[in-house]
Design a protein around this ligand. Structure first.
Ligand code: G6P
Length: 487
């Protein structure tokens, strides 16, 4: 691995210890530019927005991987956030990230929509990388510090950290679903993963059902005791001489949200409103624009959405020129086989739909395999009369919440899968089962012709929800609860 030379300030930063550490696979910064001119930009997304103020007020740091393999970076500061980079080799990228995280855990935790693969070499790499994250965190944590570990890539970190540093307060939040015990039980390393998670004082999940799935698995497969959301575990950290110590772990739901104010403010910026009008004009001013925005992932139900739309076009229930579907599919995990297969399928389907139904003036599906900055996303939300969220399984789905936050005037209809966590909070959406293509088609035609008054009542109720329950409230609620369970 290449090693950049450390300057005096970098060395100081390397020795510094913090009171609050967030640990996630990806750092909240992206590299911009090349070579000598390269720098960092804060990543879009709610988590960093929510935690940046906490970081500034509490001498905090972020531990994570910076996105490029085979490169070691020394700690640095970016816009008030102390960044502690953890390196990954090209081999670890393949085994820990693409392999165990995204071809074993990801499909296993999302209802086995794609078949999970189990490989011992991937598991070994996952363990080693988790240990590296735990060591980096332990080195930089002050006595009694609070550590908040994020997501499925780092499930072993809580116990690894507790073993070294029983003084720390450890929280963990799982951004994706936690599967039913019967599915989770397939994992050859199920006990080790549960024990890893049980190293935390507080485990947060998106939905109450995720928390209860975890609790059942912990009791049946890892011997945890306790009642309700209280789990009791016998600490594996005690050294030989001491009698085993029993410790309490809580597992509860904390549904994540978005930076509602930011989205809402962007939605009233004149240039963004004008951009939304321009998008409509560019598409030939159809009566209805429908929008899907997803990472190109098999959990998102993009195929089901396209199938429903294609059938509506061929039934003559919707017409090209009157209705256009914009599908933004941002590139994701492109070296993982299931993602490659999916891309081919989606692009083949879009080609077939457009080849069959397009006219010289109008297109049926405007497909965009890109990521866009938040300003363009908000313009798309404003341009869209109907938002389609048809996930087959999704921890939360923040796109649904962002659409609602952008619709200040109460217009627009949200079609939302009941299998997305957001369905628990956005109850006034048109809730659908994406496997039920007939039901999905009916929901689309209902959304297209939803009377303004009804649409406005529903949208206003949903906006109230995301205005009150924003990401700042989410992170404060989690951290306050962690303080309560581990004073
Ligand atoms: C999901 C996961 C995150 C992950 C993101 C993007 O939202 O919960 O942990 O960072 O997808 O995926 P990537 O593999 O590019 O980090």
């Amino acid at each position: 691995m290449s090693q950049r030379t450390a300057t005096a300030t970098e060395e100081e930063a390397a020795d510094h210890r913090y009171d609050f550490l967030v640990v996630s696979n990806r750092l909240p910064v992206d590299r911009v530019g090349e070579g000598e001119d390269s720098g960092w930009r804060r990543s879009p997304g709610g988590l960093v927005t929510a935690l940046a103020p906490v970081m500034e007020h509490s001498d905090g740091a972020w531990v994570g991987w910076h996105g490029a393999p085979d490169e070691e970076l020394t700690p640095f500061e970016h816009e008030g956030i102390s960044v502690l980079p953890v390196p990954l080799s090209a081999q670890e990228l393949e085994n820990y990230y693409e392999g165990f995280s995204n071809a074993t855990l990801w499909p296993l935790y999302h209802d086995v929509i794609a078949p999970p693969e189990f490989h011992r070499a991937w598991w070994d790499s996952y363990r080693r990388v988790n240990q590296r994250f735990a060591d980096a965190t332990s080195t930089h944590a002050n006595e009694g510090a609070t550590v908040w570990v994020q997501d499925y890539q780092l499930q072993l970190v809580p116990a690894m950290l507790r073993r070294k540093r029983p003084d720390l307060k450890i929280g963990f939040f799982n951004h994706i679903p936690f599967p039913p015990q019967e599915i989770f039980a397939q994992l050859p390393w199920r006990r080790q993963v549960l024990e890893g998670l049980l190293g935390a004082d507080l485990l947060g999940f998106q939905r109450p059902s995720d928390a209860s799935n975890f609790i059942h698995a912990a009791r049946r497969l890892a011997g945890a005791g306790g009642k309700g959301t209280h789990l009791t575990v016998t600490d594996a950290t005690h050294d030989g001489g001491d009698p085993p110590r029993t410790r309490e772990v809580r597992a509860e739901a904390f549904p994540i949200s978005i930076d509602t104010q930011r989205i809402s403010e962007l939605a009233e910026r004149p240039d963004i409103m004008e951009r939304a009008r321009q998008i409509r004009r560019d598409l030939g001013d159809p009566t209805t624009i429908m929008l899907g925005v997803d990472r190109l992932d098999y959990t998102k139900g993009i195929r089901h959405r396209l199938k429903a739309f294609e059938e509506l076009l061929s039934d003559g229930r919707v017409k090209v020129g009157e209705v256009t579907l914009i599908q933004v599919a941002s590139p994701s995990r492109e070296r993982v086989e299931q993602y490659r297969i999916l891309r081919e399928e989606i692009e083949g389907t879009v080609g077939r739909i457009n080849g069959t139904f397009d006219t010289m003036q109008h297109t049926a599906v405007r497909y965009l395999h890109h990521s866009y900055p938040v300003e363009e996303m908000v313009a798309l939300y404003l341009a869209a009369d109907v938002m389609l969220v048809t996930a087959l399984r999704d921890g939360m789905n923040l796109v649904a919440k962002e659409y609602v936050a952008a619709r200040r005037d109460g217009t627009g209809a949200l079609i939302l899968s009941e299998f997305a966590g957001a369905a628990d909070q956005l109850k006034q959406a048109l809730l659908i089962n994406p496997h039920d293509i007939a039901g999905l088609k009916d929901a689309i035609t209902t959304a297209i012709s939803l009377p303004r008054g009804i649409a406005a009542r529903r949208m206003k109720a949903m906006r109230r929800q995301v205005v009150v329950h924003n990401v700042e409230e989410w992170s404060s609620a989690f951290l306050a609860r962690l303080e309560e369970v581990r004073p």
